[in-house]
Ligand binder design. Structure first.
Ligand code: GTP
Ligand code: MG
Length: 353
């Protein structure tokens, strides 16, 4: 879809007036996905104007392997949350869509009721660009949805590749969906992704309750183990949990990642899931982690974009473009040390060679 000719106004985005607002959101997101320089300038202006209206939502990241039930879960959860008076935006980061051109149809049909609900807004992954670029667009789309009054933003990603890191880096809480047989093969569960999880959900518990319960126990103990050796925030929480009651360590209350089971298809356990989310949220607010996580994310985002911008400027520099092929060939052939080549090229960009 080419960006719209008429500009998107901040007022149109802020007005909670149904279809006109939805069109304004769609237009705004299309604008910020555009690669044209003039569109980018307009998008930056729009985002800056929207910024005071953003940040008020709860940002929930959801990941899991294909077929684990993410779309089914988001459909059930989304309708549950709308029932509680929320407005729900769903954004996806699909690394494969950058190759295949998107998976919108599949997702919209699996979120049958949510996708047509007036209090929900579903937007598929941008369908081109690097993961970093796609993640940037998704973050910006998230800000647009927040300004438009969606107070729960769900960012879904499929559990392959680096996209989980990107999603956990833009959300307040990161949830990992697992299958009931996941515990039988803990080796297959990527440790790095597990460490990102604030909550692990064993889905499809309706199929095999015993397997789900086994998986819940196994993943719970695996998380503790990872916590001791991996994520320092979780290790600190475990330490606090094991501290003598009344001691200073025990006073500092940190969230310990939990494992719950549910059935997205039947909708059982969704209320318990939301209870856990609310507990997480109030604990993070009380111990300061909610704000510090967002602060870190905003700064990391800035630096990532600076890095990407510098790299792009570097590659586009005429002198660098001239020298690069030969440097690449020489480094590949082992005739020039990589670090020397890098220094020479950087010097060329800086106009010193
Ligand atoms: N029995 C049972 N089936 C479920 C449950 N949740 C999802 N399914 C089924 O599992 C299949 C895959 O569900 P999806 O929601 O499409 O899974 P997904 O994780 O979004 O998959 P991708 O979009 O391909 O990554 C569908 O046939 C669902 O009906 C559940 O709790 N119980
Ligand atoms: Mg899906």
């Amino acid at each position: 879809m080419p960006p719209a000719k008429t500009p998107v106004t901040v007022d149109a985005l802020l007005a909670d007036d149904g279809p006109p607002q939805r069109r304004a959101i769609a237009k705004a997101i299309t604008l910020l996905e555009s690669t044209r320089a003039d569109h980018r300038a307009q998008a930056d202006e729009l985002l800056t104007a929207l910024l005071p209206h953003t940040g008020k939502s709860f940002r929930l990241g959801i990941s899991g392997v294909p077929g684990v039930g993410k779309s089914t879960f988001i459909e059930t959860l989304g309708l549950f949350l709308i029932g509680q008076g929320h407005r729900v935006a769903v954004l996806t980061i699909d690394p494969s869509s950058t190759v295949s051109g998107g998976s919108i149809l599949g997702d919209k049909t699996r979120m049958e009721h949510l996708s047509v609900h007036e209090r929900a807004y579903i937007r598929p992954s941008p369908s081109s660009g690097t993961l970093g670029g796609v993640a940037e667009k998704t973050r910006e789309a998230m800000l647009v949805c927040e300004a438009a009054g969606y107070d729960i933003v769900i960012v879904e990603t499929v559990g392959v590749g680096q996209s989980e890191t990107a999603v956990s880096g833009m959300t307040d809480m990161f949830v990992l969906l697992q299958l009931p047989n996941a515990g039988d093969d803990l080796q297959a569960i990527k440790k790095g992704v597990m460490e990102l999880a604030d909550l692990v959900v064993i889905n499809k518990a309706d199929i095999d309750k015993d397997a789900a319960t086994r998986a819940q126990a196994q993943i719970t103990s695996a998380l503790r183990l990872f916590g001791h050796h991996g994520n320092p925030a979780h290790a600190q929480a475990i330490h606090a949990a094991h501290a003598t009651p009344g001691s200073p360590e025990a006073e500092v209350r940190f969230w310990l990642p939990r494992v719950i089971q549910l059935s997205a298809l039947l909708g059982t356990g969704v209320d318990a899931f939301w209870d856990a989310v609310l507990q997480f949220k109030s604990l993070q607010a009380a111990n300061g982690r909610f704000a510090s996580r967002r602060e870190k994310q905003a700064l990391a985002w800035m630096w990532e974009r600076i890095d990407a911008g510098l790299k792009q400027a570097f590659r586009q520099h005429p002198r660098v473009r001239e020298l690069l092929p030969q440097a690449v060939a020489q480094v590949a052939a082992g005739r020039l040390p990589a670090s020397t080549a890098a220094r020479q090229l950087l010097a060329a960009q800086a106009g010193q060679a």
